[in-house]
Design a binder for this molecule. Structure first.
Ligand code: NAI
Length: 255
């Protein structure tokens, strides 16, 4: 049975672990060739080997999404290794921030926006020319529940992720005439290393998180991967500029 993403070449940033790893795995199960990009060389090698063992067509590049030369090099290297240009981009790499607005340095501010916002644009800029030429492509930006709601102590993560949703809308309008769709996915609490970091940083967050979900549990990386692969596929042919929540209902809750 051909999968939902057969014939696609799916680039996932931040693919070495967590949600990115699950997206790459699901995309491969759906028949895609997968291109992995991450700064973590060792974990990237492990994830690549696991995907290869499962029979996936996979290529990996160590690269930093905040550095335009690194992005350009990695995208060219990955397309060459897979023999075809990227047709689906999943901008997943991201990081949390726990700064105090009165004490944060400009360098710290820039480092958050570089990873959580500028990097997504840099990778999109590198893959879009081939998508435009082919008149075919999809981009999925992994934003966050923080694009709409937030938590004290996470300045300025919400601003960067809200910016990513705004960029999703801008890009969706600009590339729609070329047959390219751009959507965002906003996860809530998803069990990854990043969530463990959040629980360690925000007192009481772990206990609260376990009780507030209408669906009664924290999400898994696979929960997010399912929605991302749907949005990247032809099944979502009439969906663009949207921000899909994958949060167990947390974002609809008032009390
Ligand atoms: P994670 O920290 O487990 O994985 C993120 C990956 O991105 C890592 O492999 C890391 O090396 C990579 N990365 C970071 N900076 C990079 C850079 N400059 N260049 C290339 N790769 C880089 O995080 P997780 O939980 O898998 O998060 C994935 C995405 O989902 C992030 O954008 C995050 O903000 C978002 N998210 C996660 C939630 C959660 O509860 N886990 C909730 C809402 C959003």
């Amino acid at each position: 049975m051909p999968g939902r993403l057969s014939d696609e070449v799916v680039l996932v940033t931040g693919a070495a672990r967590g949600i990115g790893r699950a997206i790459a795995t699901k995309a491969a199960e759906e028949g895609a060739s997968v291109a992995l990009l991450d700064v973590l060389a060792d974990q990237l090698a492990t994830t690549t080997a696991e995907l290869e063992q499962s029979g996936a067509t996979v290529a990996a590049a160590v690269g930093d999404i905040t550095d335009e030369d690194s992005v350009r090099r990695a995208v060219a290297e990955l397309a060459k290794a897979l023999g075809r240009p990227i047709t689906v981009l999943v901008n997943n790499a991201g990081k949390n921030s726990y700064a105090d607005a009165t004490e944060m340095t400009v360098a710290d501010w820039d480092s958050v926006f570089d990873v959580d916002l500028k990097g997504a644009w840099l990778v999109a800029r590198s893959v879009l020319p081939a998508m435009i030429e082919a008149k075919h492509g999809a981009i999925v930006n992994i934003a966050s529940i923080h694009s709409q709601l937030t938590t004290a102590g996470m300045f300025p993560y919400a601003a960067a992720k809200a910016g990513l949703v705004g960029m999703t809308r801008s890009l969706a309008l600009d590339v729609a005439p070329h047959g390219i769709r751009v959507n965002a996915v906003s996860p809530g609490f998803i069990a990854t290393d990043l969530l463990e970091e959040f629980f360690d940083a925000i007192p009481g967050a772990r206990e609260t998180a376990l009780t507030v979900h209408p669906l009664g549990r924290i999400g898994t990386p696979e929960d997010v991967a399912e929605v991302v692969c749907f949005l990247a596929s032809k099944a979502a042919a009439f969906v663009t500029g949207a921000n899909w929540s994958v949060d167990g209902g947390l974002g609809i809750r008032y009390a």
